[in-house]
Design a protein around this ligand. Structure first.
Ligand SMILES: Cc1cc2nc3c(=O)[nH]c(=O)nc-3n(C[C@H](O)[C@H](O)[C@H](O)COP(=O)(O)O)c2cc1C
Length: 140
């Protein structure tokens, strides 16, 4: 059974290239092994990540991610059963939100993923994915 999970979190301290590189490296090897795909949006003092795959491995990865000390306030926004992947071509893709940003704040001053509905968070995420740049992709 395929699922798509979406969560939001807040990085602890500044997000350095080293942290990001490490996350992508882990994702590349681990996600590929577990057939997990997805996207990680970074910026505006937030991380939003989509994980897609079989339910058990997605759950196991999410538990690991939740206990990662690089972030806090990890909050599950949605987990749904799906029939097809949206990010099937990447073990993990990274979208940088523009650095002085914030799409999230400029075009959506009211956007707070912690209180948004899963539907609103998903549609804003779609917008961010379209407009955020550059995208670093890790092919599966
Ligand atoms: C925002 C964020 C996203 C992450 N995404 C992934 C991921 O997609 N895949 C992964 O294996 N690890 C990811 N990690 C890293 C895990 O939390 C954890 O450190 C790693 O899986 C542990 O791997 P290890 O047991 O091999 O050291 C992420 C961490 C953070 C902070």
């Amino acid at each position: 059974m395929l699922v798509r999970l979406l969560y939001v979190s807040q990085p602890v301290g500044p997000v350095t290239t080293t942290i990001t590189t490490l996350i992508l490296e882990k994702s590349k090897s681990h996600n590929k092994k577990e057939n997990i795909t997805g996207i990680l949006c970074q910026g505006s003092g937030l991380w939003m990540q989509v994980l897609e795959g079989e339910r058990s491995p997605v759950n196991a990865l999410y538990s690991r991610i939740m206990s990662d000390r690089n972030h806090r306030n990890v909050e599950l926004l949605s987990m749904e059963e799906i029939t097809t992947r949206r990010f099937g071509e990447w073990s993990m893709a990274l979208v940088y939100l523009s650095k002085d940003d914030p799409l999230v704040k400029m075009s959506h001053p009211e956007f707070d993923p912690y209180s948004a509905s899963a539907k609103d968070a998903t549609s804003i995420l779609d917008e961010l994915i379209k407009t955020g740049s550059p995208i670093v992709t890790m092919e599966p």
